[in-house]
Ligand binder design. Structure first.
Ligand code: DSN
Length: 409
């Protein structure tokens, strides 16, 4: 019906199949997730919640949403779940609407140290409507300094403290954050979008017992559809539900909610836990192979699915390295390193993540080879011959590790 778009989908399929994706926030959704989200569940409006809809004909939608909610609660041990947020940004927006008044004080991790745009950036709604202060990582250890966070919280007296990051390679101590919140009388929100899969697998500390609110996306380590969800304590359930609908959204994306339900089911399996363990092993192997090749890794390594490479000693910016690697079919994103002297568009670093490569079944051996490929491109300053060499190796490796059966037919 639309050859123009069909051709572009085919080309994108080839790009995904024959490229190495090291973007830490991306993943290949489970096939069953793709099937559910591509279904005719996209057709209908279902404003409201199960049993309380504004349109008729929602009986099966009600069942699907109830199942998604129950599975989310079980997976993370939560008292309440809302699976309607269209994205992580909207999940965060809904929590702020439920818990805060405009201009209330919030304390969160600095974007320049690994935080997130929706955690108070002055160019985001969060920084425009609420008064944010920030904590960062320690200059010498490059990890969170909880005593420092505590003293900033005592001074600033925020109504809400946020933990969670999009570029922090270490485990976060949510129990310690809770203690700080209790000491200063703040509410506690965790944005676990990046590590949700690791949490579901029991590899990273679960924030749910400690936080008043937990927000997340489903498309990252969880391998679900592109979307968000919120977990909270029972006392906040009504406020959170009202904040999502009618507060910030109207009709829910029911095909995506069905796909979230599928993802929560698959994330409760032993196979999924094994996959999450591989993500972490791969990230550690990639970090140590790059260290062996003379790269500086922020904080010296990783505990989770990502690492930050500081390219300053290589005399190269993140932007330049990202562009060269893209030509070699290796996809990464440039990222600020803590205390970076370059602007966010240029950056001194690269953020590398292993959810995609682990989903293809690549193990520590392939990480050693990938580190070698990255180094070959960077060491040769992205010259044509080096890029051609690496492109061939990337395609060979990708042939050995298909993403889905149908993409190789
Ligand atoms: N853009 C996502 C990331 O790359 O971490 C977060 O929203």
């Amino acid at each position: 019906m639309d050859p123009e778009i069909a051709e572009l989908i085919t080309k994108e399929c080839e790009r995904q199949v024959y490229g190495i994706d090291l973007i830490a926030s991306e993943n290949y959704a489970f096939e069953a997730v793709i099937e559910a989200q591509a279904s005719l569940l996209t057709n209908k409006y279902a404003e409201g919640y199960p049993g309380k809809r504004y349109y008729s004909g929602c009986e099966y939608y009600d069942e699907i949403e109830r199942i998604a909610v129950e599975r989310a609660k079980r997976l993370f041990g939560a008292e309440h779940a809302n699976v309607q947020p269209h994205s992580g940004s909207q999940a965060n927006q809904a929590v702020y609407l439920a818990a805060l008044k405009p201009r209330d004080r919030v304390l969160a991790m600095d974007l320049a140290h690994g935080g997130h745009l929706t955690h108070g950036s002055p160019i985001n709604f969060s920084g425009i409507f609420y008064k944010f202060a920030f904590y960062g990582v320690n200059r010498s250890t490059e990890v969170l300094d909880y005593d420092e966070i505590e003293s900033i919280a005592r001074e600033y007296k925020p109504k809400l403290i946020i933990a969670g990051a999009s570029a922090y390679p270490r485990e976060i101590d949510f129990k310690r954050f809770r203690e700080i919140c209790d000491e200063v009388g703040a509410l506690f929100m965790v944005d676990m979008a990046h590590i949700a899969g690791l949490v579901a697998a029991g590899i990273h500390m679960n924030p749910t017992p400690y936080a008043d609110f937990v927000t997340s996306t489903t498309q990252k380590t969880l391998r679900g559809p592109r979307g968000g969800f919120i977990l909270c304590r029972k006392e906040w359930s009504e406020a959170v539900d009202r904040a999502v609908f009618p507060g910030i959204q109207s009709g829910p994306l029911m095909h995506i909610i069905a796909a979230k339900a599928v993802c929560f089911k698959l994330a409760a399996t032993e196979e999924f836990r094994e996959y999450q363990r591989l993500i972490v092993r791969d990230a550690k192997a990639l970090a140590s192979s790059l260290l062996d090749r003379g790269y500086r890794i922020v904080s010296g390594g990783t505990d989770n699915h990502l690492l930050l490479v500081d390219l300053r000693s290589k005399g190269m910016s993140g932007l330049k390295a990202q562009k060269m690697l893209e030509k070699a079919l290796i996809y990464v994103n440039r990222n600020l390193v803590p205390y970076d002297d370059k602007p966010p568009y240029i950056t001194s670093g690269l953020r590398l993540g292993t959810p995609c490569v682990a989903a293809r079944g690549m193990t520590e051996c392939e990480m050693v080879d990938i580190a070698k490929m990255i180094d070959h491109v960077i060491r040769n300053n992205g010259d044509q011959a080096a890029i051609e060499d690496v492109r061939k190796d990337v395609v060979d490796m990708c042939r050995r590790f298909p993403i889905y059966d149908w993409t190789t037919k």
